[in-house]
Write a protein that binds this ligand. Structure first.
Ligand code: CAA
Length: 268
C-alpha cells in the first residue's frame, strides 16, 4: 500500500501530483483525473510537500499549478468529508497543508482549465496569479452540500471579487465563466487551451528574470494588502522598500539600467 500523499490513481503507484522541473520554472499538475482532481487529504498534503521541496531549490523561481482539461479541481473530496468529523486529525492536517501552501516562498501561477470549484477555486484564490482557458468555470458551491468554504474562500473572494459577487457565489451557487473571472479580477488573462501552459511559462519566465529579493519583498507587501489594514500594509511596503533599496540586487539593477545591459541578479 502507498504512503498517504503519494498514491494517485487508485490501485496504482501514480503520484497525486506530478512535478516537472525545467529551471527556473516548475510545473505541478494535480493528478486525480477520475475524481476531477478532488482535493483529498493525500492530495493537499502532496501538493504542500511538493511546493516545500521546490521552494528549497534556489534554481526554481516560479511554480505553475495546473490540473486537467475537464477540471483544474472540483474541490475538496466529498467522499472523504462524508466520513470525517470535526476535530478529525485529517482535517487538522488539511488546514496545516493549506497554510503551508499559502506561505509558499515561491510565486505560484494557477493555469486553470475546466472546473475550479470549492477548494479548487480557493487554490486559485491562494495563487499569486491565475490565468484560464475559455472553458474554465469558477464557483464556491460548498453551501449546496451544507458546508462553507474552508480554505480561505470566504476571506479572499470578498477581498478579490467584492462582497455582492462573492456572496452570490457562496450563498447562491453562482459560477463565473472565464470572461467573468477576467472582468472581476480573479484571473489576469484568458487564453486558448493549447496556449495555456505556454502563457503560464511566459509569465513565470518574466518573474524569474527579476530580482529574487524584490520578488519576495513585493509578494510580502502585496499579501499585507489582503491580510492587514491599509496603515499596516503601507508600513510593510515601506519596510520592504528599505530592504530592497539596500540589496545587492537593486545595486545591480541600477547599474545595469545605467550601463544599458541586462541585469544579473544574485538574490541578495
Ligand atoms: N469530491 C469527490 N469526488 C468528486 C468531486 C468531489 N468534489 N467532484 C467530482 N467527483 C467525482 C464524482 O463523484 C465522479 O466519480 P464517479 O465517476 O466515481 O461517480 C467523478 O468525479 C466525475 O464527476 P461527475 O460524474 O459528477 O461529473 P459531471 O461532469 O457530471 O459534474 C461537477 C462535474 C459539476 C464538477 C460535479 O462533479 C460536482 O458538482 N462536483 C462537486 C463540486 C463541489 O461541490 N465542490 C465543493 C466541495 S467542498 C469544498 O471544496 C470545501 C472546501 O472549501 C475545502
Amino acid at each position: 500500500m502507498s504512503e498517504p500523499g503519494t498514491a494517485g490513481v487508485e490501485g496504482t503507484e501514480e503520484p497525486l501530483v506530478l512535478v516537472e522541473r525545467d529551471a527556473p520554472i516548475a510545473l505541478v499538475r494535480l493528478n486525480r483525473p477520475a475524481q476531477l482532481n478532488a482535493i483529498s487529504n493525500g492530495l493537499i498534503v502532496a501538493l504542500a510537500n511538493a511546493l516545500a521541496d521546490i521552494a528549497a531549490e534556489p534554481a526554481i523561481r516560479c511554480v505553475i499549478i495546473t490540473g486537467g482539461e475537464k477540471a483544474f479541481s472540483a474541490g475538496a473530496d466529498i467522499a472523504e468529508f462524508a466520513a470525517a468529523t470535526a476535530g478529525d486529525e485529517a482535517l487538522t492536517g488539511r488546514a496545516a497543508a493549506w497554510d503551508r501552501i499559502r506561505r509558499c516562498p515561491v510565486p505560484l501561477i494557477a493555469a486553470v482549465d475546466g472546473y475550479a470549484l470549492g477548494g479548487g477555486c480557493e487554490l486559485v484564490l491562494t495563487c499569486d496569479i491565475a490565468i484560464a482557458t475559455p472553458s474554465a468555470a469558477f464557483g464556491l458551491p460548498e453551501t449546496t452540500i451544507g458546508l462553507i468554504p474552508g480554505a480561505g474562500g470566504t476571506q479572499r473572494a470578498i477581498r478579490i471579487l467584492g462582497k455582492p459577487l462573492a456572496l452570490e457565489m457562496i450563498l447562491a451557487g453562482r459560477r463565473l465563466t472565464a470572461e467573468e473571472a477576467l472582468q472581476h479580477g480573479l484571473v489576469s488573462r484568458v487564453v486558448e487551451r493549447d496556449a495555456l501552459l505556454a502563457e503560464a511559462r511566459r509569465i513565470a519566465g518574466e518573474i524569474a528574470k527579476r530580482s529574487p529579493v524584490a520578488i519576495r519583498l513585493a509578494r510580502e507587501a502585496v499579501a499585507a494588502a489582503l491580510e492587514t489594514s491599509l496603515e499596516d500594509g503601507l508600513a510593510r511596503e515601506r519596510e520592504g522598500f528599505a530592504v530592497a533599496i539596500s540589496s545587492e540586487d537593486a545595486k545591480e539593477g541600477f547599474a545595469a539600467f545605467l550601463e544599458k545591459r541586462p541585469p544579473h541578479f544574485r538574490g541578495r
